[in-house]
Design a protein around this ligand. Structure first.
Ligand code: NAP
Length: 202
């Protein structure tokens, strides 16, 4: 029987935008995944505070993935009060999905910091890591760094150049802060949710 393949899309999603959705769809097609679960970070170990609280970030992802039956969102990390370590998230999904290949997908700029993650060697054993190109990140430099990481930790990390949508959550937050339109950069439902809840007003 064909082994199932499940993608775990990790990130702050502060807020989720069309770049994330395009990436997820590309990864789904390229690796022939059965589904992708978006996992918004709860309490990231390496950051002081995210702009929108975890409930709002979860709700925005929920609305953004609603129309795709291969996408879903998990509240696993946001339900916890302690730090969100990817290794724990992967162990959780490994238990839920036996005999399944897990693909952890996130930005290349996050993956190049992998040696500083909690139990990094275990992370690389539990899944296939997919580092996705991000605006402003040189894929050549990221590849060099990732080669070094593979030498230190073992395992392989896939690098993926997706259509370079020049969209970033930082830019979108800035637009809401300044009152500049972010139309067409994120799903309309998410845009309306941000405005209704005045999420990124300074
Ligand atoms: P982040 O701040 O949300 O994202 C870092 C970069 O990656 C940004 O350029 C971001 O772009 C992009 N990005 C985020 N999620 C993406 C996705 N799924 N696909 C493509 N690009 C994405 O995230 P982070 O806090 O660095 O963490 C990323 C993931 O790594 C999270 O799941 C986090 O839990 C995990 N992580 C774990 C540890 C640990 O276990 N110790 C440490 C660090 C990170 P946008 O700003 O446009 O989203």
């Amino acid at each position: 029987m064909k082994k199932r393949k499940v993608g775990i899309m990790g990130g702050s999603f502060d807020p989720i935008h069309l770049g994330h959705l395009v990436v997820a769809n590309e990864v789904l097609n390229i690796y022939n995944l059965d589904e992708i679960i978006f996992v918004p970070t709860g309490n990231p170990p390496h950051k002081d505070k995210l702009r929108a609280d975890s409930f709002h970030r979860y709700m925005m992802v929920y609305m953004a993935v609603l129309s795709n039956d291969k996408f879903s969102v998990s509240d696993f990390e946001i339900r916890k009060n302690d730090k969100s370590y990817t290794v724990n998230t992967l162990k959780h999904f490994r238990q839920l999905y036996e005999d399944t290949d897990l693909y952890f997908i996130t930005g290349a700029d996050a993956i190049i910091e992998l040696p500083h993650w909690h139990e990094a060697a275990e992370v690389i054993k539990l899944c296939k890591l997919v580092a996705v190109s991000r605006p402003g990140i040189s894929m050549k430099e990221a590849r060099q760094r990732i080669d070094e990481i593979e030498n230190i930790l073992g395992g392989t990390i896939e690098m993926l150049q997706v259509p370079m949508l020049q969209i970033s959550s930082t830019d979108i937050r800035g637009r809401f802060e300044k009152g500049i339109s972010a139309k067409y950069l994120l799903p309309e439902s998410v845009e309306q949710y941000i405005m209704k809840n005045k999420l990124y007003k300074s």
